[in-house]
Design a protein around this ligand. Structure first.
Ligand code: FES
Length: 97
């Protein structure tokens, strides 16, 4: 089990799947969700299996979520901000250029 070892920094409230999540300033979205026990961040494009954080350093892309309506955001590389709307990403997302 993962748990927060320090509670320094100002409180930041954002939402995941419409539910409020309390984080600390400076947390990544992935760290904040992990700290409250949320591990299912997206569904595999191939099998539909639940996926979540793995590397926590921007290399594996297993943590892709939708942030404020923008898909394919790496939760581990996105800093929490008050009012962010984070959604689980289901399957592949068409990228428009
Ligand atoms: S957990 Fe690997 S890129 Fe985010």
């Amino acid at each position: 089990m993962v748990r927060r070892i320090e509670t320094i920094g100002n409180e930041v409230i954002f939402s995941f799947e419409g539910q409020p999540v309390t984080a600390r300033a400076g947390d990544s979205v992935a760290a904040a969700l992990t700290a409250v026990g949320i591990s299912h961040l997206r569904d595999s494009v191939v099998s539909g299996a639940a996926r979540g954080v793995y590397c926590m350093m921007g290399a594996c892309f297993d943590c892709l979520v939708e942030v404020n309506g923008v898909p394919n955001r790496q939760a581990c590389m996105t800093e929490v901000r008050h009012g962010l709307d984070v959604r689980r990403q289901s399957g592949g997302v068409e990228v428009r250029s």
